[in-house]
Design a protein around this ligand. Structure first.
Ligand code: FMN
Length: 190
C-alpha cells in the first residue's frame, strides 16, 4: 500500500504537520509505504481558468510541480490531506493545489471517465487544526476537501480535527487527536 500525505501548512513542524505525521506513522506501522509532500516547498501556481484542461487530462498552462501531485494521485492507495484552518477555510497553498485538480473534475464529470472502474477506489482522509475551540470552524473546509476527493474519484474516509490549538496550556503533541490520527492512518490500510 502506498499512502501520500499532502501537508498544506506553511509551518513544517506545526500542529497540522504533527497530526499528519501521526496518521502516516499509523499507516507505516500497518505496513504502508508513506510519503509526505509539503506544499510550501513546491512551486504550485493558482489556476488561471484558461480552460485548456477542458480537453485533456492535466493542466497545460503551468509548468510547475503539480506534475508530481497528478502522478501520485493516480499511483497511491490513499491520501491524507492536512491543512490548518485559515479564515474558515484551507490554506492558500492547499487551495491552489485543489483548484489545479480541475482536470480530474473534467475527466470525471464531463468526459465521464471513471479511472477506478472495477478497481478499488483510493481513500482520502482529512486532518486539520484550528485555533478556535468551536467545531463549526472546520465545516467550510470539510466541504472543500470532500469536493476535492470526489473530483479525483477517491472515497472520503473521514476527518481528524483538532481545535483550540493556540492555547499554550494544551500542546498538540500531548492531545488525544494524535492517537486518533494514528488510528485513522492504520484504518487506511485495511
Ligand atoms: C492567517 C491565519 C488565519 C487563521 N484563521 C483561523 C480561523 O479562521 N479560525 C481558527 O479557528 N483559527 C485560525 N487560525 C489559527 C490556525 O488555524 C491555528 O493556529 C493552527 O493550529 C495552525 O496550524 P499549524 O501549526 O499547522 O500551522 C489562523 C491562523 C492564521 C496564521
Amino acid at each position: 500500500m502506498r499512502i501520500l500525505g499532502i501537508q498544506g501548512s506553511p509551518c513544517l513542524k506545526g500542529n497540522t504537520a504533527a497530526l499528519l505525521d501521526a496518521a502516516l506513522r499509523g499507516a507505516s506501522e500497518s505496513g504502508a509505504d508513506v510519503e509526505r509532500l509539503d506544499l510550501v516547498k513546491l512551486d504550485i501556481n493558482p489556476c488561471m481558468a484558461c480552460h485548456q484542461c477542458d480537453s485533456g487530462n492535466s493542466c497545460r498552462r503551468h509548468k510547475d510541480d503539480m506534475g508530481v501531485i497528478y502522478k501520485r494521485i493516480r499511483e497511491v492507495d490513499a491520501i491524507v490531506l492536512a491543512s490548518p484552518i485559515y479564515f474558515m477555510g484551507v490554506t492558500a497553498q492547499t487551495k491552489a493545489m485543489i483548484d489545479r485538480c480541475q482536470c480530474f473534475w473534467i475527466e470525471k464529470y464531463v468526459d465521464k471517465i471513471r479511472f477506478y472502474d472495477g478497481k478499488r477506489r483510493p481513500r482520502g482522509l482529512f486532518v486539520s487544526c484550528a485555533g478556535s475551540p468551536k467545531q463549526v470552524v472546520f465545516e467550510p473546509a470539510i466541504h472543500v476537501v470532500k469536493a476535492f476527493f470526489a473530483a479525483i474519484d477517491y472515497q472520503y474516509s473521514g476527518q481528524v480535527l483538532l481545535g483550540f490549538t493556540d492555547d499554550e496550556a494544551l500542546p498538540v503533541r500531548k492531545r488525544s487527536a494524535l492517537q486518533e490520527a494514528e488510528v485513522a492512518g492504520k484504518h487506511l490500510c485495511h
